[in-house]
Design a protein around this ligand. Structure first.
Ligand SMILES: [Fe+2]
Ligand SMILES: [Fe+2]
Length: 252
């Protein structure tokens, strides 16, 4: 199976697609970078479109699912180059509005993005956006890892696009990138989260917001996605995780 594109949800009017156009192999580990597209009745929202280097490839792949001119929103969970590096190219190529944490709006000019009138900046407490007959919810995920950061919940597919939360460097999967055995995956998760995530308190705050939603899938920006029971196991794991400032003594 081609690992670079996977339809995660499709009910005929609403579709979610996962792309993986920036994967890198580093010896044993495999750092996958996932981009996502949500389409409802021909209108699209692109999620964390990634770096400049993959723009052409992603543009072509996305255009097979939605007319580029019908991409209404592009969401950037945070400011990192693997999330936002292509923002200037998407600005030239679409008429979309750009949704991002308010904290990072001014920094986007460093990627060559100057069209600030097209930005919908998210306040720290998040926002809810009507999308067709359903809604998208921007859930605060600050300091997990970026200090201005949101996850995106799609109420129709019940997918949480979690950004770097749930990310892992893994061995190259042989098939579709989803967690099969959570316990086996936990070591890969731990390596990333211990250093990149802010603290256990912040993890718990995020989990408590996610637990209020009807979630079927958690889809991170790197690594494997968590479906059904594995999504629940991941939330339980994250609640207990020590990370970031919990390791203050080791870091200093
Ligand atoms: Fe990041
Ligand atoms: Fe990332």
């Amino acid at each position: 199976m081609d690992n670079r594109e996977k339809v995660l949800y499709d009910d005929g009017t609403h579709k979610c697609v996962m792309f993986a156009f920036d994967d890198e192999s580093h010896e044993e580990t495999f750092l996958s970078v996932n981009q996502y597209l949500i389409v409802q009745n021909g209108v699209g929202i692109l999620v964390d479109p990634g770096s400049e280097a993959i723009f052409d490839e992603l543009y072509e792949a996305v255009s097979k699912h939605v007319e580029i001119e019908n991409i209404k929103f592009i969401f950037f969970s945070h400011q990192d180059p693997d999330v936002s590096g292509s923002i200037a190219q998407w600005a030239i190529s679409t008429k979309a509005k750009f949704i991002m944490p308010s904290l990072w709006v001014r920094f986007m000019s460093h990627y060559g993005f100057m069209e600030m009138s097209r930005v919908m900046s998210l306040p720290d407490h998040g926002a809810k956006l009507k999308f067709g007959g359903d809604y998208l919810k921007f859930v605060p995920a600050h300091f997990l890892h970026s200090p201005g950061n949101f996850s995106l919940y799609d109420s129709k597919s019940k997918i949480v696009f979690s950004g770097d939360i749930g990310a892992a460097g893994v061995k190259a999967p042989t098939d579709y990138k989803h967690v099969v055995n959570f316990q086996e995956h936990a070591d890969d998760l731990h390596g990333f989260h211990k250093r990149f995530m802010g603290s256990n308190k912040l993890c718990r705050a995020w989990v408590s917001k996610i637990e209020k939603l009807d979630v079927k899938t958690i889809a991170p920006q790197h690594g494997l996605i968590f479906e059904d029971e594995n999504a629940t196991l991941f939330l339980e794991w994250l609640k207990e995780l020590k990370c970031g400032s919990d390791y203050m003594d080791e870091l200093y």
